[in-house]
Design a binder for this molecule. Structure first.
Ligand code: FAD
Length: 454
């Protein structure tokens, strides 16, 4: 096929974080671009991910703030929470963002095509029975929740449905130990549901520094949340009084809602990867090289579907790299996946950047660990006995700070600045030479002098 005969220079499948970013950058570089989206523009992050999750998480925090306020002299009746109001207002905000995404795309001269896209060749895609050709195709279809194949699983929900429940369930089991599980457990608990976190191991947040999960579990238990460790649901039976859960241990639980947060898988069903001859990894992700090109030179992929790090800013960075590589002067490289800061919007929050202690020890051998846990000033007068946790990991030989980890309110906001420091290769001496801001929790991160272990 001749280049001039293609309908577009770039056809993007998926109008989520990675797809929209790549489209806009490519259009800005002069490419003729179309985006195919089967659902709402903005993808997971805007519709059923980061944005609505953070709004719900914020909503759930008010009950704790109300408890604290009493210690500061505020007299108030027990506040009442109304779930339909929260969901209606959240939906209104999401609709506003959907409109902004549409405006951004059309304003940049990008064609938005509604429908499900399937690859039909190295340069062609089928949408609504119509064939569209493009010099390059970008797969940015994201991921989708994975639920286990157990009897009665059709009565369970994933995070997708949690955002649209008609009422707040009174009794909830959240299954999983990853960040989505702890965030939703905190949301349900904070909003007043009797919440149990059920996990097949005894460690929360695998892949993070192990102390973070330990500290978080202690704080959540202190708030009154229940845990079932080393446990699995074998079957779910819907009865008049609720969902009857048969657990592996033999125990039975009766609840109103079971939410699985047991991982997400690449959203490649019906995408035609085999038709176009695109290779997958053993986990089903689209296999790409360092420039996000698949084994088919005209087909590229970014974001959750390539399964490097499933976070919005990562999908954005990868989308930028692809667009520059295809239509610019190149020169943009994949992000350094080890230095990506991230937050977990549980209660309390987690903020983290860099290596865990385990990985740092494997990599550098001799490391110094600085830790601190205390009840912050603002928690001392209220009912909340919450402690913050802070941890620094330093490689002994060169004194570089390799990891900064925190559990405590504001951890997400705080960690962004420390991520810049780590990106610049900051040393422990430079942390020590930095003057603290008093009185804050963050000042502790520049005043920890004695390692707790080496
Ligand atoms: P997506 O944003 O998922 O976009 C893919 C789009 O492709 C979707 O709109 C989909 O409808 C469309 N699509 C799929 N198949 C087709 C097809 N065949 N044809 C046409 N269109 C198709 N990340 C953070 O950084 N911070 C957070 O706090 C955070 N919280 C999260 C909370 C939850 C509950 C979840 C589920 C995720 C969260 N994430 C968070 C992860 C973040 O949402 C994803 O990493 C990000 O959205 C991935 O972007 P993407 O472009 O790869 O895919």
């Amino acid at each position: 096929m001749q280049q001039q005969n293609f309908d577009y220079d770039l056809l993007v499948i998926g109008g989520g974080s990675g797809g929209v970013r790549a489209s806009r950058v490519a259009a800005g570089l002069g490419a003729r671009v179309a985006v195919v989206e089967s659902a709402q523009l903005g993808g997971t992050c805007v519709n059923v991910g980061c944005i609505p999750k953070k709004l719900l998480s914020h909503a759930a925090h008010f009950s704790q703030l109300a408890d604290e306020a009493r210690g500061y002299g505020w007299q108030m009746a027990q506040p009442q929470f109304d779930w339909p109001t929260l969901i209606t207002n959240k939906d209104r905000e999401i609709e506003r963002l959907n409109g902004i995404y549409e405006g951004m795309l059309t304003g940049a001269g990008i064609t938005v095509i509604r429908g499900h896209a399937a690859l039909s060749g190295p340069h062609s895609v089928l949408v609504n029975g119509q064939s569209i050709s493009a010099r390059h195709i970008l797969i940015a279809v994201g991921g989708t929740p994975h639920l286990p194949n157990i009897p009665g699983v059709e009565h369970a929900i994933s995070s997708n449905e949690a955002f649209h429940l008609k009422q707040l369930p009174q009794r909830v089991v959240v299954v999983g130990g990853g960040y989505i599980a702890v965030e939703f457990a905190s949301i349900f608990h904070g909003l007043g549901a009797q919440t149990t976190l059920l996990h097949r191991s005894q460690q929360l947040l695998r892949g993070f520094d192990a102390d973070l999960g330990l500290h978080l579990a202690q704080e959540m238990a202190q708030q009154g949340m229940s845990f079932r460790w080393n446990e699995e649901i074998q079957s779910i039976d819907k009865q008049a009084d609720g969902l009857h859960l048969q657990l592996k241990s033999g125990e039975q639980l009766v609840v109103d809602c079971v939410m699985y947060a047991t991982g997400r898988v690449p959203h490649t069903e019906g995408l035609g990867l085999d038709v176009a001859g695109v290779h997958r990894t053993h986990k089903g992700a689209v296999e790409v090289d360092s420039r996000f090109t698949t084994n088919v030179p005209s087909i590229h992929a970014v974001g959750d579907v390539v399964d490097r790090m499933a976070l919005t800013p990562v999908a954005l960075a990868e989308g930028t790299v692809v667009a520059h590589h295809l239509f610019g002067k190149g020169g943009k490289h994949a992000p350094d996946y080890e230095l990506i800061p991230t937050a977990v919007f549980s209660h309390p929050q987690i903020g983290t950047v860099g290596l865990s202690e385990k990985v740092a020890r494997e990599r550098f051998g001799a490391v110094q660990i600085f830790k601190s846990s205390f009840r912050p000033l603002t928690n001392r007068m209220g009912a909340e006995p919450e402690n913050v946790f802070l941890k620094l990991i330093v490689s002994k030989a060169d004194q570089r700070v390799r990891g900064v980890h925190m559990v405590g309110e504001g951890a997400g906001e705080l960690m962004q600045g420390f991520a810049v420091a780590l990106q610049c290769g900051a040393t422990k001496q430079q942390f020590d030479a930095t003057i603290g801001i008093h009185p804050t929790v963050a000042e502790e991160l520049v005043t920890m002098r004695e390692p707790v272990r080496e």
